[in-house]
Design a protein around this ligand. Structure first.
Ligand code: MTE
Ligand code: MOS
Length: 753
């Protein structure tokens, strides 16, 4: 066992404790960035001027009448930018654009004494536009060859030859939707400038370091002049990995120009119309099987809808390609990826980061092909699982494939799959107008950032003279329980009770050069760094401890201080053994794979397509859990969010030729259906895989944030099975994604005829 993963006796990690802020969350005492506004004097409020075109040249921008509006203090435009007028790192995202790239694009920002004054000021700004043709859908983009960024190919063997000699070959196409993050806390930044010109931005950001860098480059300042702090987020889900930067920069620009605090908080409607979402994809595929129902070859093209700029579209696409295999061995494979450029918000990270999109393609293929092969879907899936010794299409050995089988068998058993399949069939025979469907699907998800350099973490641990401990680390808290886990890691590493350790908010002047809290790697990276810092401190105390074996911790610390021993340390961790070659799309980018399996049962109404998620069983692999309650919450939440993406949440843009072309039609909770309590499964059994120690990670744990989202494919496949039950035996069902009740109705109606 590695020293990183080995646990001491009676560790604090592994204890089922509540989220560190649970009481604050439920009593409303937890502070979010916008709650800080009331603690500042003279705060100005920022409001955008949003363009009413999907694509247009700005021919005139006149801000003078805004200044006549009472309470308006200043209007920020491109000419105010002292540094680089760009909100991204690819330099393809002008912060103040001269060409509007999507409906709702912010042209300039008005600062007012009140939000209402700023809003009225924004209405008074005069802008003339010359409308330009707009590309909205991926299909339109493909027709117009409108692409951006890389177009990688991931290939192994010879897919063409494999398909030519395969016993069974099928082909198909699917266009599937993205997803709105709908974090409860919308984007928010609050910027102040101190007497030395130090800029301080409090931001709801998953990536404080990059928020700092972008703010600095917009202001034309070195990074040491800008500090970013994130108290916590009311959800990020990937939506606050890149999207906060430009907004923070606008607030900081306002603060430097006026000398007053500037608050920028998007309303829900602004957040939905201005910020990026999960990428929808279009995919075409040809797949071959042998007579033993094994996949022999796959040739697919995946085109993501990147929106107007690159943002994170390239790494999202890479991860999609790396997950087209999901849990299945595909000997000969060729997958081409492309990024469409459309006149929509710039699509971005969302829980799973392209992984779910890649997996949807293979799960859709298996779901559609099973009946065509005369196979049971669960049998078809199971036969194609990886076995020891096999590698992924990008060349990484698949370690512990037996855990996939373990989770699969365990959930099959606990869900009494075989018995319930018989019950479902009996039910379906007896009910002409209602059908049930049961399905089981696997998840294999790679953990680490594909881009090797991002796999580093930092921490700062202070032991004060009284023996109390304050920790700081580079990760951000968005509800996922990272801070809870870091407290447990520190207490474990120092051998102290949890009550001795406190945690301070994430700040770039405490831990610099951090990676985004993303890729589910927060606990792996920052946990490694916290542990490292604690061990440095303990290392310095070794001699003193040997000389004072009976001393209490407080006594030991007091002695150490008097002996002039440094009682704080900066910790660092980098994940070893990773490699990734982006030009050949090969390497071993992942430290390990997280595995899981889910069984879902639905009932579908034949008159309306309305359905009920009757029961879900999950067995998921989190290694040896750092914090079991937190992890259970992550599995449940991720699953429900995935079910939302696949079955409910329906982003619609106006694709007509009217002047409103390109407007997001679903821009509030009234038109965008999110899963709520009524859509969570009536019966929901979640278990963590036992005895799942992961040797290469902090205290034997595995990442948990994203993988469970993809367990929700079981719901989609159960819906497909229920639709098929309306038709003759062996009917292959094409199901739209999201499989909304309407889409389910059309699918079952098709199966019926
Ligand atoms: N859980 C909650 N409650 N809120 C969130 O915003 N984000 C998810 C996941 N779980 C999220 C969440 C995403 S997209 C990621 S990448 C991980 O948490 C990030 O945190 P971690 O690396 O600490 O798991
Ligand atoms: Mo998560 S999509 O990697 O922020």
């Amino acid at each position: 066992m590695s020293s990183l993963s080995e646990r001491p006796a009676n560790p604090v990690v592994g204890q089922a404790i509540e989220h560190e802020s649970a009481a604050l969350h439920v009593t409303g005492h937890a502070l979010y960035t916008d709650d800080l506004v009331g603690r500042h004097h003279g705060v100005l409020h920022a409001h955008p001027v949003q363009a009413p075109h999907a694509h247009a040249r700005i021919t005139r921008l006149d801000t003078s009448s805004a200044h006549d509006v009472p309470g308006v203090v200043r209007v920020l435009t491109a000419s105010d930018v002292p540094g680089i007028n760009d909100a991204g790192i690819k330099h393809d995202e002008p912060l103040f654009p001269d060409e509007v790239q999507y409906f709702g694009h912010a042209v300039c920002w008005v600062l007012g004494e009140t939000l209402e004054a700023a809003r009225r000021g924004a209405l008074a700004v005069e802008v003339d536009y010359e409308p330009l043709p707009a590309i909205l859908t991926v299909v339109e983009a493909i027709e117009a060859a409108s692409y951006q960024g890389m177009a990688p190919v991931m290939a192994r063997g010879d897919a063409e030859t494999a398909l030519a000699s395969a016993a069974h070959v099928f082909e198909g196409e699917i266009d599937f939707a993205g997803q709105e993050h709908f974090y409860l806390e919308t984007h928010c930044a609050l910027a102040t400038v101190d007497e030395n010109g130090q800029v301080f931005v409090q931001s709801s950001t998953q990536h404080p370091t990059e928020t700092q860098e972008i703010t600095a480059h917009v202001l034309g300042l070195p990074s040491n002049r800008v500090t970013v702090q994130c108290l916590r987020m009311g959800g990020g889900f990937g939506g606050k990995e890149m999207q906060p930067h430009g907004l923070a920069a606008v607030a900081a620009l306002g603060a430097t120009l006026t000398g007053r605090p500037v608050r920028l908080r998007l309303t829900r409607q602004q957040d939905m119309t201005m910020t990026g979402k999960r990428h929808g994809f279009h995919a075409t595929w040809r797949v071959g099987f042998d007579d033993a129902l094994r996949i022999v070859g796959l040739d697919a093209t995946l085109t993501s809808d990147g929106g107007w700029s690159l943002d994170l579209s390239e790494p999202v696409l890479s991860r999609a390609l790396c997950h087209v295999d999901n849990a299945y061995w595909v000997p000969d494979i060729r997958v081409q990826g492309r990024i469409a450029r459309t006149n929509k918000t710039s699509q971005t990270a969302f829980r799973g980061f392209g992984g779910p999109q890649g997996m949807l393609v293979i799960e859709d293929i298996l779901g559609r092909c099973a009946p065509l092969l005369g196979a049971e879907p669960d049998d078809l899936r199971r036969r194609n699982f990886y076995v020891e010794g096999q590698t992924t299409p990008y060349g990484q050995p698949v370690r512990h494939p037996e855990r996939m089988v373990l989770a699969w068998n365990q959930v099959r058993e606990s869900a009494t799959y075989d018995e319930r399949l018989r019950e479902v069939r009996t039910f379906n025979e007896e009910h002409p107008h209602a059908k049930r469907g049961l399905a089981i699907t696997p998840v294999k998800f790679g953990i680490s950032f594909n881009f090797t350099a991002f796999n580093q973490g930092g921490a700062l641990v202070h032991v004060y003279k009284d023996g109390s401990v304050l920790i700081n680390h580079g990760g951000t808290e968005m509800g996922q329980g990272l801070h809870t886990k870091m407290l447990q890691v520190a207490a474990t590493a120092l051998g102290l009770p949890l009550s001795k350790v406190r945690l301070a908010p994430t700040r770039t002047d405490k831990v610099p050069n951090t990676s985004a809290t993303a890729a589910s790697a927060g606990a792996d990276l920052n946990g490694g760094a916290v542990k490292n810092a604690c061990e440095q401190i303990l290392g310095r105390l070794t001699e003193l401890r040997a000389a004072n074996p009976e001393a209490s911790w407080e006594e030991l610390v007091r002695l150490a201080y008097h002996a002039r021993i440094q009682l704080w340390a900066a910790g660092f961790y980098r994940t070893e053994g990773l490699s990734w070659d982006v030009t050949t799309m090969t390497g071993s980018p992942f430290k390990y794979f997280a595995y899981g399996a889910a069984v879902a049962e639905v009932e579908v109404d034949g008159f309306t397509g309305a359905y009920d998620l009757r029961r879900v069983d999950i067995v998921h692999d989190v290694g040896d859990s750092l914090s079991p309650l937190v992890d259970l919450g992550q599995v449940e939440g991720g699953f429900v969010q995935g079910a939302g993406w696949l079955t409910l949440e329906d982003l619609r843009w106006d694709t007509s030729d009217k002047p409103t072309r390109g407007r997001l039609s679903t821009q509030s909770a009234s038109t965008y259906k999110l899963p709520s309590f009524s859509e969570t499964p009536t019966e929901f059994h979640v278990k963590l895989l036992e005895h799942a120690h992961e040797d290469g990670a902090v205290y034997g744990s595995k990442a948990v944030g994203e993988p469970p989202l993809m367990l929700a494919f079981s719901v989609r496949e159960a819906l497909r099975a229920a639709c098929a039950a309306f038709g003759p035996p062996g009917v292959s069902v094409e199901l739209a994604s999201p499989a909304t009740p309407e889409a389910v109705y059309w699918a079952l109606d098709e199966a019926r005829s």
